[in-house]
Design a protein around this ligand. Sequence first.
Ligand code: S3P
Length: 425
Amino acid sequence: MTNNTRTVGPFPGPARGLVSVPGDKSLSHRALIFAAMAEGESHLEGLGPGEDIESTRQVLQALGVDITNDVVSSPGIGGWTAPLDDLDCGNSGTTLRLLAGALAGRPFTSTMVGDHSLSRRPMRRLVGPLEILGARVSTSPGGTAPVTVVGGGLRGADVSIAMASAQLRTAFTLAALQGDRPSRVDSAPGFRDHTERFLGPLGLGEMETATRFRVEPGAIPPFRYHVPGDPSSAAFLLAAAAITPGSDLTVQRIALSPGRVGFLDVLEAMGATVDRSITGDEMGEPVGDVRVRHAPLTGCRIQGKLAAAALDELPLLAVVAAFASGVTGVADAAELRAKESDRIASTVAMIRSLGGTAEEAAAGFTITGTGGLSQGRVETDHDHRIAMSAAVAATAAGPVEIGDPDVAAVSWPTFYADLESLWSS
Ligand code: S3P
């Protein structure tokens, strides 16, 4: 239990208006890494402001890439220099896993470390896909960070990954770009396919089936990119609208590829009115506006591909489900236990702390909606998505005390003020 506490809500009345959210976290990591792999100057606009993105920026700088404001000047991945120290990935699993892939092609040794939460997350899963390409990868005896990669001299290979993990697919792909012949990666469906969408139009790969990507070795050219808003951040505001009668909220210019919007599919299945309009495209990523209007909500089942495409939003959907009538069952989501916290345990604890009914399962949880939650205190377990989900519950049920609230800065440093501004404008 922490002494650092923030009290949020309740906020009277509906959430209404037209708002923007910070740049997408997954796309910001990729934009920085792809730009650092490219030889020359890339111009990025709207990078996510969170601490995780700062971790990627610092690791790339430690490899000899110049990043000044939003301009990345790189000698190309061939000119990356061997790190003098361990590479500190902070709280960011995406930084560690994606860069392990890129570094697998470099003819030097790199060791990646992270904070307490990242140091308990599973990393052994990187070993098979990167070693089949010819790198050597080791983890702690428990299969966690530090992760050491001895890279260089990669070949091509085909792998099939059991889980729908975009991080593993991308790690493999960034290594395979440096191989001596084409490679293929396949996995379960429901993953976010940002990497595939970005590389395809550059001639560096192609989707051969709905899940199998062929990687063509080659160099990423420098580029200009305007990072779309983060649908996983927008989800918090849209969920607040979905649970508050009379709400009508639009979030503009967010990433809308199917692997990111499972959350919207679930809101629709629960009965909220959801309108999406695609307004553009950013390097293969559909971008557009999403409007959510409150309507009476009923529980639903979230499993398979839908659970994968809504994975980061499942703690938040547990809050929405508590405001619905009936039962919401989440299955096929064992991977939640390997996130910034054990998100099955931390989600169930959050709902119970606020007077709701929640049961744990091995690979998911069940929420029995009682039409709302009540005030209480939530411990975040150092997990940004738990902190922000608790704040959303607070908008309608508060006041809610949030322990360790500043952890929200991992993805959205101004989150609380931005949420509260929905009611003050
Ligand atoms: C991410 C992929 C997902 C997601 C994470 C970001 C990415 O993880 O949960 O927040 O940017 O590739 P997995 O690949 O482990 O499913």
